[in-house]
Design a protein. Structure first.
Length: 224
C-alpha cells in the first residue's frame, strides 16, 4: 500500500473524557459487544486508567519510519494506535519511542504487535499495551508504505483516528466517542449500585435472585 499521511483528528470532548475516567471499564462490557480488543493485547508498562484520542499509525513488519514521524506530532492526551500489519516478530516500540511520546504528553500507546525494552518502558511509566515482547526490533528502512491518521485494525477492532481509547489492567477498548457516550451514564449507575449488590451477596443472598437471573430461568420453564 502507498504512503497515506492525513491530518490529526479533532479534539475529544473534555467532559466526556473526564466522565469516562470515573467508570469501571468492564462495566461497559454489560452494554457493548464491539470495540473490545483481543484479550491477548495486554498492558506491559504503566499503571491506572488510560483514556485518550486515537492517533493511528500503520507500519510494515520491519519498518517503523512512520511511527518515528508520528512521535513528533502527537500531543497531550493522544494514544498512538499502531497497526503492524499482523507482524508478531518485530517490536516497533521501545525505550526511545516511549520517551519521545512521553515528552510530547501522549497518554499511551497500543501496539497490535510487540514491544521491547520492557524494563525501560516501565521506568518511563507511559501506558503501553502489546501482544508481548521481543528483542527483534523494526528498522528505519524508509519504505514507501505506511499511514498516519488513516483507519487501521488493532486487536481485531477497526480503529478510526479520533476514536476513544480506554485501557486498564483488563485490556483495551477502542470505539467512537458517540458509541461510548450512549452507554456511559447507565454504566456509571451500575457502578454506583454494585457495592450494595456485593454486600447482599456477602450476606448470603442468592445472586440469581438479586439480578433476576433465577426469574428468567423460571420464565423459560426451567423449574417446571
Amino acid at each position: 500500500m502507498p504512503l497515506d499521511i492525513r491530518e490529526l483528528p479533532a479534539p475529544l470532548d473534555a467532559e466526556l473524557v473526564e466522565r469516562l475516567r470515573t467508570v469501571d471499564f468492564p462495566t461497559l462490557g454489560h452494554y457493548l459487544e464491539e470495540g473490545f480488543c483481543h484479550p491477548g493485547l495486554q498492558r506491559v508498562a504503566g499503571r491506572g486508567k488510560l483514556v485518550g484520542r486515537a492517533v493511528t499509525v500503520r507500519t510494515t513488519a520491519t519498518d517503523s519510519t512512520m511511527l518515528h514521524h508520528a512521535a513528533g506530532l502527537v500531543g497531550p492526551g493522544d494514544v498512538v494506535v499502531v497497526d503492524t500489519g499482523g507482524d508478531r516478530r518485530h517490536a516497533p516500540l521501545g525505550e526511545v519511542l516511549a520517551n519521545a511520546l512521553a515528552a510530547r504528553g501522549a497518554a499511551g500507546v497500543v501496539v497490535d504487535g510487540l514491544a521491547t525494552d520492557v524494563d525501560a518502558l516501565r521506568e518511563v511509566g507511559l501506558p503501553v499495551y502489546a501482544f508481548g515482547r521481543s528483542a527483534l526490533t523494526t528498522k528505519l528502512h524508509g519504505l514507501a508504505d505506511g499511514s498516519l491518521c488513516a483507519p487501521v485494525i488493532c486487536g481485531g477492532v477497526p480503529v478510526h483516528p479520533g476514536d476513544l481509547v480506554l485501557g486498564d489492567a483488563n485490556g483495551v477498548i477502542i470505539a467512537p466517542a458517540g458509541r461510548l457516550a450512549a452507554v456511559l451514564e447507565d454504566a456509571i449507575d451500575d457502578d454506583a449500585q454494585e457495592p450494595a449488590l456485593v454486600a447482599e451477596v456477602r450476606r448470603g443472598a442468592p445472586l440469581g435472585s438479586l439480578t433476576g437471573a433465577t426469574d428468567m430461568l423460571r420464565g423459560l420453564g426451567a423449574f417446571d
